[in-house]
Design a protein around this ligand. Structure first.
Ligand SMILES: Cc1ncc(COP(=O)(O)O)c(C=O)c1O
Length: 377
């Protein structure tokens, strides 16, 4: 079977450590260890006593309790702690899918689950998010594509790269489509909590259907990607099956990751992290749109409802991979080409960054655009 690399992550690992201005992160500017402990009012004393042993393979009981408390009806037995949402997506694919199966995902989306499935010999069908309708889900396409052949319907809500949050009607349609096909519903909810405009947090799909796995992590809405802590929530027997794969894949996440995640999800700290994330997202987006408005003949963007990301459309003949490479080579500024999401003539730009960094990087972007501005397509 032919192996297809994860093009987005390959692009990032090749360039992200060497550019001067990096706009490719998919979370917000990360929290430091000191900031996290300060939010907890902890002088780090207790943490220094942590034995650097393996933690519970499925996650420490306190961490699983804190996670379960966020899902209506869930208990510790419904939770598996993983090495980021990345491991969660891998375990979901290897547990639920066989070669020859069929899945449905959206386009655009974060391509990890679909990419793993494809490498397993699974057929991947995509239903569109419609840019001209504010990235609304193509309900007619969903109806047509999700059939009795569909093993898993995989959604990312809020969506990466568009920041679209499903409306209640779209959530209902997704659940109904999965139920009608007797398919698993895999809901990647890593951007819940990272809402830009609304105060209300994006509701989880968990509890809406029996054959459902919700996954999440501390990497995006919490600003803690370096902890490498993610989790899965699902039926207890499915969690057991996922846990058996987790023992092969990673054994466990790290002890320090588990301990710091307990702190991050504790009642006094979690709201502080979410407020910090939202502040960065809101301020940064305003700076980005001010820069894009200088070239309104070239760029347009459907305002993201959540996430630190904007999926910006441009009107130039140059393809998005070529655009991103030229921008990096001439200005040392990195942005993700729409090609990495199967939608050319777009750039994914992260803007939840310190404002001086954002302004300086976008000034270089302006210069680059001014130089190519003649090549409209
Ligand atoms: C939608 C989505 N899911 C999962 C991940 C993986 O994140 P992590 O492994 O850091 O939790 C990402 C990272 O970009 C993502 O955007």
């Amino acid at each position: 079977m032919q192996f297809h690399p994860f093009e987005l992550e390959r692009f990032l690992s090749e360039y992200e450590q060497t550019v001067e201005y990096n706009f490719t992160e998919s979370g917000v500017h990360p929290v430091t260890l000191g900031e996290l402990l300060a939010m907890a009012g902890d002088d780090a004393g207790a943490l220094l006593e942590t034995p650097l042993n393996y933690p519970h393979v499925n996650g420490t009981p306190l961490l699983r309790q804190r996670i379960a408390a966020r899902y209506p009806g869930a208990g510790e037995e419904n939770i598996l702690v993983t090495v980021g949402a990345s491991e969660a997506n891998l375990l979901a694919a290897t547990t639920l899918l066989q070669p020859g199966d069929e899945i449905v995902t959206t386009r655009p989306t974060y391509l990890q689950f679909g990419g793993i499935a494809r490498n397993m010999g699974v057929t991947v069908r995509t239903v569109d998010l419609l840019e001209e309708e504010g990235w609304a889900l193509d309900l007619e396409g969903l109806e047509r594509l999700v059939t009795e052949r569909t093993k898993v319907l995989a959604v990312v809500n809020p969506n990466n790269p568009t920041g679209h949050i499903f409306t209640p009607a779209e959530m209902d349609a997704v659940v109904d489509a999965a139920r009608r096909a007797d398919a698993w519903l895999l809901a990647d909810e890593v951007y819940a909590g990272a809402e830009r405009e609304q105060a209300e947090e994006t509701p989880t799909f968990y509890g809406r259907y029996e054959k459902l796995i919700a996954l999440n992590s501390l990497s995006k809405a919490y600003g803690l990607p370096g902890l490498r802590i993610g989790w899965m929530v699902g039926p207890a027997e499915t969690i057991q099956a996922l846990w058996r794969r987790h023992e092969y894949a990673a054994v466990s996440a790290s002890m320090l990751g588990n301990r710091l995640a307990e702190i991050a999800l504790s009642p006094p700290v979690r709201p502080q992290l979410i407020a910090r994330t939202r502040g960065l997202i809101r301020d940064g987006y305003d700076v980005l749109t001010a820069h894009l408005a200088r070239h309104s003949d070239i760029f347009s963007v459907v305002a993201p409802q959540a996430s630190a990301l904007s999926f910006v459309r441009y009107r130039l003949t140059m393809g998005s991979t070529e655009f991103a490479k030229a921008l990096r080579a001439s200005q040392s500024v990195l942005m993700v080409p729409g090609d990495a999401f199967g939608l050319d003539r777009h750039l994914r730009i992260q803007s939840a960054l310190p404002l001086d960094y954002l302004e300086a990087g976008l000034a270089r972007f302006d210069e680059f655009v001014a130089n190519i501005g003649g090549h409209h397509g």
